[in-house]
Structures are given as C-alpha cells and as structure tokens.
Design a protein around this ligand. Structure first.
Ligand code: ADP
Ligand code: MG
Ligand code: ZN
Length: 597
C-alpha cells in the first residue's frame, strides 16, 4: 500500500488542538513541531506541523495550555539522521555486531578457513563468558513465544539426544528462522546455544562470498569439518539469503558462479551428515522467498520457524527485557509504551530504550523518565516511518475496521468457519492485517449457501470501510480478487447459476494440466450471461455484507477500538464479542432464495 509518514497537520489545526487541551506533548524545533495527542483524543499518534511564529511564543502558548514541552537535545538533527541510517539497515546492524564480535583474534586465519568459531565449552575466547555459553538465554528473547517453543525442542534434542535416538525419532537437520529484520532471529539462535550448552558455530553467509572463486565452497567445507568434530553442536548461518539465492537467475558472471559453488557445497554438506550426527544447522533469513528451493527440501532446512513482529503483549514483554538493563523512573509506564509502538520489532524497542537512556544521561538524570522515552520514540518512529513499517493512524484505523468487518460477517454466515484471530500487526509484504478462520473440519464440498457466505465474508472488509468511512481504500484488492475467482467458479464450474444450469463452461481438465482455465467454446450470448451472473453473485454478497455491518455498527466500532488498542483480538474475548452480532432478517431470504440468482 502507500508509504506511511508522520501525519502532517496544518499549524492552525495544531493551535486549535492545543487550545482544546488535546495535545499531550510537543517538541518545538527550528523548522517543525512534533507533537502527540492525549490518549483520549482519537488515536494517540504523532503529528508534525511547520511552526508559525517565534519558538518562544509557541512555547509560551503551549505552557499556557498545559502541554508538556519537550526540549530537543541540541544535536537532535544529527542524531536523528544517523539513527535513521542505522535503523534502515536492521540487517546491517546485525552484521556489524557480528563483525565486531568476530574481529580477528591472535589466531592466524587462512583464506580458505571459515572465520566461524565456536563459543562452546573448552574454547577460551576473549571477552566471552567463562562458562562457555553465548551468554544469551531464552529469557532474553521475548514476544516470540511460538518460535521459542519450537526451538526448545531442538535444545532438548541437543541435551538429551539419546532419548530421541532410542525412540527412532529424527529431528529436522536444518531449522530455518524466517522473519522481518530485527525480530530476534540472531538472538534466538544464540539463546539456543546458551541453553543447550554445546559449541555454537556462528557465521554470516555473506562472509562465504569472496572475490575468489572457490573460496566460499572451501570455507563451507572447513566449517562442517570443524563442526562434525565437535558434535553435538550447532552451526548457525545468518543472513542465509546471501548465498541461498535461487540459482540460475542473473548472468553468468563471476560473482554468481562463486555464490552457486558455495551454495552447492552447502547442499552437499547438508546431505552428507546424517540425522543423528548431533550437528544441527540453523539458518536465518529475512527473505525466504528468494531462497533456492533446494535449500528447503526435506533433509535440509526442512523446518521453518516464523519469527514475527510482536503484538502489543509481545512488545511489552520485550520492553521489560530491555528495561531491566537501565534505571527506570517511577513514572515510566511500559504498557503505555507497548500500546504506542505498533509496528516496532524487538530491535526497535531495544533501540528505543537505549536512546531514552542516552537522553537521560545527556541531561544528567539518574533514571530514564517517560519524557525521555517519548522523545526517543519520536526519533525511532520517524526512521521507521521512512521505511513504511509503521502505519499512519488513518491506515491503522482503516485496517482495523476492515478486518473486523470480515470477522463480523463471517460469524453470521451459514456454515461459517470460526474466526479465531484478528490482527493488525502488519506482516510480510502487502498484508497490513489479517483475519484467521479455523474451519471446524476439513471441507471438500461447499454448499451453495456456504459459497455465498464466503463471498460475503471476503467482501466484508471492503463493506466495513464503506460503512464506517463512506469511502474505500486499495486494501481490499486481494479480497476482491479472491471473491471474483470464487464467483466465477460458482457460475462456470459448479453450475450454481440457475439460469445457466449445470453446464461446465470451463475446461477444468486443461486447468490441471496447464494451470490456467480456458473457457469452452460458447456463444457470445452465454458469455454475457456468465458475466452477468458473476456480477450478480458478487453484488448480492456485497449487499449482504453491508447490511450486516450497518446493523452491527456499534459492535463494529467497539471491536475495532479494542483491536486498535490491542493489535490482536483472539480467544474468549473475540468469541464473546462476535456472539453479539445480529443477523439482518433478509439474510434468511437471501439464503432461502436457493438457486435463483
Ligand atoms: P534479527 O536477527 O531478527 O534481524 P536480532 O536478533 O539481530 O534480529 O535483533 C537485534 C537486537 O534487537 C537483539 O540483539 C536484541 O537486543 C533486540 N531484540 C530483537 N528481537 C528481540 C526479542 N524478541 N526480544 C528481546 N530483544 C530483541
Ligand atoms: Mg540477524
Ligand atoms: Zn480483507
């Protein structure tokens, strides 16, 4: 969708909001005023406005209306700029940290040797914890409980391999951590090493790729040779996409040859050690879609673990982890900060706390106050918004109503699958939010009213936008695509349009073979009728969705507000809210109409 930015406000709007006591705090800078609204007023987010008049006058006005005036640190501009740069390369930050950690020891290194070395027991390494662990445990990683749970199994295997071997169970050879930058993939891998108390070889895939052909491949070979000697152990390959890109793409230049050789060597090595060798390979990537499919095949990285952006409670947990490391003043409300940091990943939150601590120190305070955190938040957020990771308040609202629209319609539809979760934590490309439906059973047959119910559910998102805002966004394009496909199939394959009867209008045989359906030869008249029927199905579904949401507008509002506050709605809370949804009388008529479209 669109690129999000801090919401811009006219100066006059700003003054009005100040006078109406709506502004919580403002930072007056030479060329802009950044401010946030009080929680009660709409959605508390950040705005910026060009100042009109002298800074002193503006500040006087702000104080007069009890606005919290934040004094910007003297070098704000420079710091914010640098921050933006650092933030925009979350992956790079990880790599840099890795480089520092791995800066050359006394040990001489051959070009063909891997730079990876174990942090494991028996390896006396400078600066490393004496107990030989990475020093990171699962307690340091928060907000990614599902990923942690899965990884605990891996740790268990390393601790107690005999138990698994005895029963004949095989653990996946390779575990691939997949998720956006900064969500804690590298951290999780370190935590595993810390928990399992086995040697941990860490390497960034980018270091395999050197200028000289063949170097990468021999480094891979060397790495695995070392690892096998120290088994049980973990080999962690970070930023796997650096070598794991799909082969065959691009021209036959040197760089690609080198990368391919390296990748081939990695594949060979993965196939070469058997499941019980005690070597577990963990990879991490932000870009699973570009990985060579061969890497994901069975016996290689055959288990993917998603490390996703945290929701509100996840963010709170992460904030708690990082707040432990600094002195926090009594006025700091981490729950409030978690609420206001939608879209932040773990690395952003760590950054936020650190920035706030720097501010406090710079101002000679002994503890980090809420004001420090707010000021830091403005900086971090500005950087994130540049990369459109943060939705503007308007976008968040739109997404929230849209998703709740799907859920309410789904809850009333015949044969509806239960909505188990609604989320407005953006994930992946394109998906700004999602509604998860869990079917009660596997379905192979869809009844006509169920099909209509699905259509209405698909259009429920768009309908909610219309009902609430009176206008629509581009956010429903995927729903519309799906709905159109489904309606088209209903008419041309399932024979659900009475006027046309049970005639197949597409050749599904060829569909399976060629993956694209082709219409059978037909008269122009029939083609027009098909289009008309498809259109009618869609329109009826849309009308139903809209009727439902108009009737349930209060519920729609309440649920969207809760969703905006919490980021997710699930479990009992969600079910109780959905129970309040009422079906309009004409839903029955619609369903009872049967085949007559
Ligand atoms: P990734 O590898 O996914 O890009 P990292 O593991 O390198 O992210 O995270 C960078 C830093 O951000 C970590 O060292 C940690 O300080 C912080 N961080 C990220 N995710 C989390 C998390 N889930 N819990 C606690 N801290 C986190
Ligand atoms: Mg990383
Ligand atoms: Zn949708």
């Amino acid at each position: 969708m669109k690129t999000a930015t801090i919401a811009h406000a006219a100066y006059s709007t700003f003054v009005e909001q100040v006078k109406a006591q709506k502004v919580q705090r403002a930072t007056v800078r030479p060329h802009r005023i950044d401010y946030s609204l009080k929680p009660a007023v709409g959605f508390k987010r950040f705005y910026t406005t060009p100042p009109a008049g002298k800074a002193e006058d503006i500040k006087a006005m702000l104080r007069q209306h009890q606005v919290d005036v934040v004094i910007p640190a003297d070098n704000t501009g420079a710091v914010a700029g640098a921050m933006g740069l650092l933030l925009s390369t979350g992956a790079l930050v990880g790599t840099l940290a890795w480089l520092f950690k791995n800066s050359p020891d006394n040990e001489a290194m051959g070009l063909n040797k891997t730079k990876a070395r174990p942090y494991g027991p028996g390896q006396s390494q400078r600066g490393r914890k004496a107990n030989g662990k990475t020093g990171v445990t699962f307690a340091d990683v928060a907000g990614v409980d599902e990923a942690k749970q899965e990884l605990k199994e891996v740790v268990d295997f390393l601790k107690d391999g005999a138990k698994y071997r005895q029963i004949g169970a095989k653990l996946p050879k390779g575990v691939l951590l997949v998720g956006p930058p900064g969500t804690g993939k590298t951290l999780l891998a370190k935590a595993i090493a810390g928990e399992a108390n086995v040697p941990f070889f860490s390497v960034s895939a980018s270091e395999f790729v050197e200028v000289y052909v063949g170097v990468g491949a021999s480094r891979v070979r060397d790495l695995f040779a070392k690892a096998k000697k120290q088994a049980p152990c973990i080999v962690f390959i970070d930023e796997l996409d650096a070598i794991g890109k799909s082969r065959g793409g691009g021209g036959p230049n040197n760089g690609n040859d080198e990368r391919e050789q390296t990748l081939n060597q990695l594949l060979t090595e993965m196939d070469g050690f058997d499941d019980n060798s005690g070597v577990i390979l963990i990879g991490a990537t932000n870009r699973p879609e570009i990985l060579d499919p061969a890497l994901k095949r069975a016996g290689r990285f055959d288990r993917q673990i998603i490390v996703d952006r945290p929701d509100r409670s996840g963010r709170l947990a992460i904030l708690r982890v990082h707040a432990r490391q600094v002195t926090i003043a009594a006025d700091v409300d981490l729950t409030e900060i978690a609420t206001q940091t939608a879209g932040f990943v773990g690395a952003d939150l760590a950054n936020l706390i650190n920035e706030a601590a720097l501010l406090a120190a710079r101002n000679n305070r002994s503890a980090v106050t809420m004001a420090d955190i707010y000021e830091a938040m403005e900086r971090v957020m500005a950087g994130l918004q540049l990369r459109s990771r943060i939705l503007s308040p308007i976008e968040r609202q739109t997404v929230a109503y849209h998703e709740v629209g799907h859920a309410i319609v789904a809850s009333l539809m015949p044969g509806a699958t239960q909505v188990s979760k609604i989320s407005i934590v953006p994930r992946g490309k394109g998906a700004l939010g999602y509604t998860m439906q869990t079917p009660a059973e596997d379905r192979y047959l869809m009844l006509e009213d169920e099909l209509r119910g699905q259509l209405a559910t698909l259009l429920g998102g768009r309908a909610a936008e219309e009902v609430v805002f009176g206008k629509v966004s581009s956010g429903a394009s995927d729903d519309i695509q799906k709905a159109t496909d489904l309606a088209e199939r209903a008419v041309t394959q399932y024979g659900m349009a009475a006027d046309l009867g049970p005639i197949a209008f597409v050749d599904t045989q060829s569909e399976f073979l060629h993956r694209s359906s082709s219409r059978r030869p037909m008269s122009g008249e029939v083609a027009v009728e098909i289009d008309r029927q498809v259109k009618q199905l869609i329109h009826q579904a849309h009308d139903i969705a809209k009727a439902i949401l108009v009737l349930n507008q209060a519920l729609l509002q309440a649920m969207a507000q809760t969703l905006l506050a919490e980021d997710v709605l699930e479990g009992k809370q969600l079910q109780e809210m959905l129970l309040k949804a009422q079906a309009p009388v004409n839903t029955q008529i619609w369903v009872a109409k049967g085949n007559k479209v």
